[in-house]
Design a protein around this ligand. Structure first.
Ligand SMILES: *[C@@H]1O[C@H](CO)[C@@H](O)[C@H](O)[C@H]1NC(C)=O
Ligand SMILES: *[C@@H]1O[C@H](CO)[C@@H](O)[C@H](O)[C@H]1NC(C)=O
Ligand SMILES: *[C@@H]1O[C@H](CO)[C@@H](O)[C@H](O)[C@H]1NC(C)=O
Ligand SMILES: *[C@@H]1O[C@H](CO)[C@@H](O)[C@H](O)[C@H]1NC(C)=O
Ligand SMILES: CC(=O)N[C@H]1CO[C@H](CO)[C@@H](O)[C@@H]1O
Length: 606
């Protein structure tokens, strides 16, 4: 009987290996020149794991070929079926740069953001796994993700919904839970990039990842690093992990070049100043012109490095592509530092494939950098601000604008605010402005007519030190309209140990998320607001110190006086005089000599 079992086990394992899919690795780099001499560089790495099977405990097959070995066990241990991480810095200026790359699906808000889909039997178990997951990721990515707990975690209901097809295909054993948290205060730096590179099979040694250098990436105007793991299955229910790693960064080319020329900033010498000749100009007056449009920049300038040969692990040849206005931009590929033009004026989006061990450098050259491809307008613009000057209450205002002249926009607004902001949703007011006529109407939340603009909302109020408040609104904004939402909140008092230990300028409120959806509820665009800065009533932390100093001084003075009184004898002036005469130095010396000679005589007598 036992032998039979062994036989079937071998057969089943063998058949499993046969139908397994092999992992793959792809990489690509895109350059897009933007107005005002800015350049968008987008790195894209895609890793597919071999087939995984979590439910089959007899399976000993390991799927770590190109899929990072450091991430796999964490996902399996915590039963994480989908994981998303964002590390971002700076602010995306949509007026200047248009819509976010990849429709915003790979960009985060300032700081660190993480969300995951976890399979578990019940919510308590899932919460435990979530804390386990963020603690493991904290060690892996050198970020303070271990500070994430239930107090700052929410379970989004409309936003950030899972995208893996696993959810529809494979009947799961447990239930699926979605958790999300953000750390807007977290600074992003080089130590977050190294773990990112370690996840790649090339480890930053060759291929496109050899270009990624922390000093250059984090010196950009805006940058966003994303890591997304999805579980996808084919029709035979063979499932695998899809890992997508992206870095998007905006480089101001003029700034980069001038920094290379003068590492220490110096004023532009007089003969290099470009003055507006239509205005007054002489040795003392100069109205500077905008930057010149003549530009020549290559990879060595932008990344401090060039591509160090092909990456042999990739399943497809790595590509470098440029999205430029072909009439004015010239894209040159320099193989082993020999020039060869690969962009012709007919080619809209030229791509260069990396092959062999030769080094590759790409150069972008133009004398009209103001001519770029037309920018794509984002479907919605959003800005959020705190209002009110009061010590213990304030208001939050969110402005949306629909830039489209013909289409209405459906979107979901997600916001999680910390427990010390006690929000009053009944004070929510919506102001709708017809941008054509300039008329506006104010609709309070108690008014029934708000339903045509706010069909659905989800709100979970905060609980002191237990959970944040969680707001999700489904909104509709007609064309040529702008909308303002405003509501009030109270600032709660913190315990003294809950204040940050260091000097700080306030409490960051994490960015809100705006998700634009189409008629079929499919996500078409995603954007985040900037973080808000909240100042809470702060006690004077220097007071205990002042009190200690003052009491110590009083104690010292009191001690001195009392000590003198206790130890010293009070005598009259005559007594003191008498005592002094008895103790003149001459008399003292004589007494001493007498005592010594007495001792000597005693010795002789012995
Ligand atoms: C971004 O969204 C637009 C409109 O929904 C769509 O046409 C386009 O293909 C999307 N781009 C990407 C990269 O997904
Ligand atoms: C949740 O599931 C775990 C493991 O299955 C079990 O031990 C625990 O009692 C359950 N908790 C609740 C509240 O049902
Ligand atoms: C939006 O405004 C533009 C320009 O003012 C106008 O041409 C267009 O008809 C307006 N659209 C709607 C739906 O009112
Ligand atoms: C907005 O104002 C314009 C101009 O007054 C008007 O034609 C249009 O009907 C208004 N739109 C709505 C939805 O009320
Ligand atoms: C009346 C009004 O508010 N008009 C504004 C419509 O929107 C454009 C830009 O989108 C503004 O420039 C107008 O002032």
């Amino acid at each position: 009987m036992l032998q039979n079992w062994g036989f079937w086990l071998i057969v089943s394992q063998f058949s499993q290996v046969l139908c397994n899919q092999k992992g793959s690795f792809k990489e690509r780099l895109d350059f897009t020149p933007l107005p005002k001499n800015n350049l968008l560089a987008s790195f894209n790495f895609e890793i597919e794991s071999d087939t995984v099977n979590w439910y089959d405990t007899s399976s000993t097959y390991s799927h770590y070929t190109v899929f990072p070995k450091s991430l796999g066990p964490i996902l399996e241990d915590t039963k994480t079926r989908e994981l998303h991480l964002r590390f971002s810095q700076g602010w995306w200026d949509s007026e200047l740069w248009g819509s976010l790359p990849q429709n915003g699906s790979q960009s985060g808000g300032t700081g660190v953001e993480v969300w995951a889909v976890i399979e578990a039997n019940n919510k308590t178990e899932a919460e435990g796994e979530w804390i386990h997951l963020v603690n493991s990721l904290s060690g892996l990515f050198c970020a303070s993700l271990n500070f994430i707990d239930n107090v700052i975690t929410t379970n989004p209901v409309h936003s950030l919904q899972p995208t893996s097809n696993f959810i529809n295909k494979l009947p799961t054993e447990g239930e699926l839970f979605l958790f999300r948290s953000a750390l807007p205060r977290e600074p992003i730096c080089t130590e977050n990039l190294t773990p990112f590179l370690d996840l790649l099979p090339s480890k930053g040694k060759n291929g496109l990842s050899s270009l990624l250098n922390g000093h250059k990436v984090y010196d950009s105007q805006w940058n966003s690093m994303s890591i997304d793991v999805e579980t996808n299955c084919d029709d035979e229910l063979n499932c695998h992990y899809d890992l997508k790693q992206n870095i998007h960064m905006i480089v101001n080319t003029k700034r980069v070049l001038s920094k290379l020329k003068n590492p220490l900033p110096v004023p532009t010498p007089g003969n290099e100043l470009r003055c507006d000749r239509t205005k007054k100009h002489d040795a003392y007056y100069c109205f500077p012109l905008v930057d010149s449009t003549d530009i020549k920049i290559d990879m060595r300038d932008i990344f401090g490095n060039i591509i160090n040969g092909e990456n042999t692990v990739t399943t497809e040849k790595s590509k470098v592509c440029a999205h430029t206005a072909p009439e004015v931009w010239k894209v040159l590929a320099k193989v082993n530092d020999y020039e060869s033009v690969f962009a012709y004026s007919e080619v809209q989006d030229p791509c260069y494939e990396i092959s062999g061990t030769d080094t590759l450098n790409i150069e972008l050259k133009t004398d009209r950098s103001d001519i770029t491809l037309p920018l794509k307008e984002p479907p919605i613009t959003v800005s959020r601000s705190l209002t009110g000057y009061s010590q213990d209450s304030g208001g939050l205002r969110i402005d949306f604008r629909n830039p489209s002249e013909t289409e209405e926009v459906n979107f979901i607004y997600y916001q999680s605010t910390p427990w010390y902001m006690k929000t009053y949703l009944h004070t929510l007011k919506m102001t709708l402005t017809n941008n054509t006529s300039g008329e506006s109407v104010v609709i309070p939340i108690t008014d029934r007519s708000i339903v045509s603009y706010l069909p659905e909302f989800y709100y979970e109020p905060m609980v002191d030190r237990i959970r944040p408040s969680h707001l999700e609104l489904e909104l509709v904004l007609p064309p040529n309209f702008s909308m303002r939402l405003a509501y009030k909140f109270d600032k709660l008092m913190l315990k003294y140990a809950e204040y940050p230990p260091d000097a700080n300028h306030g409490f960051e409120i994490e960015p809100a998320i705006v998700t634009v959806v189409d008629k079929f509820n499919k996500v078409t665009y995603e954007a985040r607001t900037t973080p808000a800065l909240l100042t809470l009533p702060t006690p004077d932390f220097s007071m205990p110190y002042n009190v200690i100093i003052l009491t110590s001084t009083v104690m010292a003075l009191a001690f001195g006086g009392i000590f003198n009184l206790i130890v010293k004898r009070v005598v009259t002036e005559e007594q003191a005089e008498y005592y002094y005469q008895q103790n003149t130095p001459k008399l003292k010396l004589r007494r001493l000599i007498a005592r010594i000679s007495a001792k000597f005589q005693k010795k002789k007598a012995d």
